[in-house]
Design a protein. Sequence first.
Length: 265
Amino acid sequence: MLGKLIKHEMKVTFQRAWGSYVAVIAATLLMVAVTYIQYGSSVGENGFTLGIVSSSVSMLYFLAVFVAPVVLYVIIILRFYQSVMGNEGYLTFTLPVSANQILNSRIITAFAGILLSVVLTSASIFIWLDQILRLLEVDITFGQMIAVFAELMNEFVGVLGIPILILFVILTILETVLSFFASMAIGPHLVRNRFGGSILAYVIFYVGRQILGVIMLIIFSLILNLIPNVAPIVIFIALTLYSAALCTTLYLLTNHFLSKKLNLG
C-alpha cells in the first residue's frame, strides 16, 4: 500500500512542480546558447543589442535557478498541508494505511522532488561554468576542478569523506522537509490558527536548531583545543550523526501527532 501512496503523491506533486524543472532546463539551454554567441563566435565581438540580451538572459537564468527550488518547497508544503492537515486530511486518514505510511509517502515524494531539483540545478551550473571556462580557453575545466576537490577531500578526511558528505547532504534535505512537516503537525496545538501555529512552530524549531548548532561548535572547539591532532573525519562523522539525530527526532514528533490524529484536532 505504501507503494500506491508514493505513486499517487509523486503524480500529484510532479503535476504541480513540472514547470519549475522545465524552467531550469529552458533557462540553461538559453544561457548556454547566449554564452556561446557572446564568447564563442564572431557574432559576439560587437553588438550593443547582444549585450542587453545577454544581461536579460543572465537575469532570467539566475532567477530560474534560485526561484525554482523555492517554488518546489512551497508546492511540497502546500501538498502536505492540504492532504494531511486540511479537510482532505480526514479523507486521508480513512485509508487502510498507518500514519507512518502516510508520513513516509510524503517524505519520500518530497525528497525525490528536491533531489531532482538539486541535480538539475547543479548540472545546470556545471554545464554553464564548464562552457565559460572552455570558451575562455582556461587551462582547467570545471570537471577537473571537481576532480581536484574530490582528491583534496580524500586527502583531508580519507576515503570515507565523499560518502559521508553525500549522506550529510541527504540528511540535510530530510531535515529541511521534516522541520516543515513537524511544524505543521504541531502548530495547531500552539495557537488556534493552524497557519499561524505552523509558522510559530517552525520559528521555534529554527531557533532551537541554531542554539544546538552553536553548542555543537563550542564543543568541537573545546575538543580541538584539548586534542589538536583529532582526525577531521571524526568531526565530519559527528556532524552527520547530529543531523541524523535531528531527523529522527523530527520524524518521531511528526509521526506521533499524525498517529494520534492530533493534527486534525
